[in-house]
Design a binder for this molecule. Structure first.
Ligand SMILES: [Zn+2]
Length: 336
């Protein structure tokens, strides 16, 4: 019997990250099994209702809200906000929903994989702004996706993976290059199937679907929730590692929610893989002949098994933050 799993992929990117004197590009994906997809979206939506007395969950319109008597139209307006990491500034409803969502990512162990490309070691400046997306993003988008599919699902668990759809945050830069949208998914399929043994195989969708992360502007309100979650998770993981927002207490507080997951992952990546989590950096050393490396990546996935080029031995730039009157999470873990 063929053991098969169907998934949706949600993807987002982050550019211009600095760590010491190195520049990074981040590619983050969530891998959502079809069997859990509807429940996860409903849970995310219900977490939007911040009215503690309401037991009915989230309704888009105040008029439909079963808790109408103890609710207000303006709460629906506030809670209907796009959860966009960049826009988090204070302890408003966006922050409160983000906090709930991140706790949910932990408790439900939502599968994710984040790849930080060390552009300085890649000498990526030689490729110019236009070619970045063609050469660097396209290739490492595949690298990250292939790694996650193989490690999370082909590792003894499944013989066949069907990726129903890849949703990507609307990005004009990427959309301009039809290569990413049209050719990249099938290229993943070809590369992965060429290297899998024992009848294992993957089926990829025909194209990447670009959607608006803001559900108020989106054709698929529900899928936009998971694009927002991808953006949020990528934002807080990056905040811990790169300390991107040094004077934003709300962001620090959110970063602390996910911090134990990151610390635990770097301590024991193999346990992390078991929980379908990955955070990787690439490459560890400067690669002089990037063209050669790209050819290698094109032709095979050999480079992914060269462990010395992937690395995870980094320290978190963001210092541990205490919530008012509470011990920091780390000190709690030290005691436990
Ligand atoms: Zn309500």
């Amino acid at each position: 019997m063929v053991r098969s799993i169907s998934l949706n992929i949600y993807a987002d990117e982050q550019m211009g990250l600095k760590y010491d004197d190195h520049e990074f590009l981040a590619i983050g994906i969530l891998l959502i099994p079809e069997a859990k997809h509807d429940k996860i979206i409903n849970d995310l939506l219900n977490l939007r209702c911040l009215n503690e007395k309401n037991t009915h969950g989230w309704y888009w319109n105040y008029e439909d809200c079963p808790a109408k008597d103890i609710c207000k139209p303006m709460y629906h307006k506030y809670n209907n906000v796009e959860i966009h990491y960049k826009k988090i500034k204070n302890h408003d409803s966006r922050f409160k929903i983000a906090k709930r969502w991140l706790r949910y990512v932990k408790s439900e162990t939502i599968p994710f994989s984040i790849l930080y490309i060390n552009l300085t070691n890649l000498s990526a400046e030689r490729f110019g702004q236009e070619l970045w997306h063609q050469n660097v993003y396209n290739r490492f988008f595949r690298t990250n996706l292939k790694f996650a599919l193989r490690t999370f699902f082909f590792n003894g668990s499944y013989d066949k993976i069907v990726v129903n759809a890849i949703f990507h945050d609307m990005s004009e830069g990427l959309k301009k290059h039809s290569y990413f949208e049209i050719k990249n998914p099938k290229k993943v399929e070809k590369e992965l199937n060429g290297n899998l043994l024992g009848g294992k195989h993957v089926i990829m969708p025909d194209k990447v679907t670009f959607i608006e992360s803001d559900h108020k502007k989106s054709d698929s309100k529900k899928e936009s929730q998971l694009v927002q979650l991808t953006d949020l998770l990528l934002g807080v993981v990056t905040q811990n590692i790169f300390y991107t927002a040094r004077n934003n207490n709300a962001k620090k507080e959110l970063a602390m929610i996910i911090r134990p997951v990151i610390v635990d992952f770097f301590e024991n990546p193999y346990r992390g893989f078991y929980y379908k989590r990955n955070i990787s950096f690439f490459p560890k050393y400067p690669i002089q002949d990037a063209e050669f490396m790209f050819q290698d990546l094109e032709g095979s996935i050999r480079i992914e098994t060269r462990k010395n080029l992937f690395y995870r031995d980094i320290s978190l730039k963001m210092p541990s933050v205490r919530e008012k009157g509470q011990l920091s999470l780390e000190s709690w873990f030290d005691k436990a």
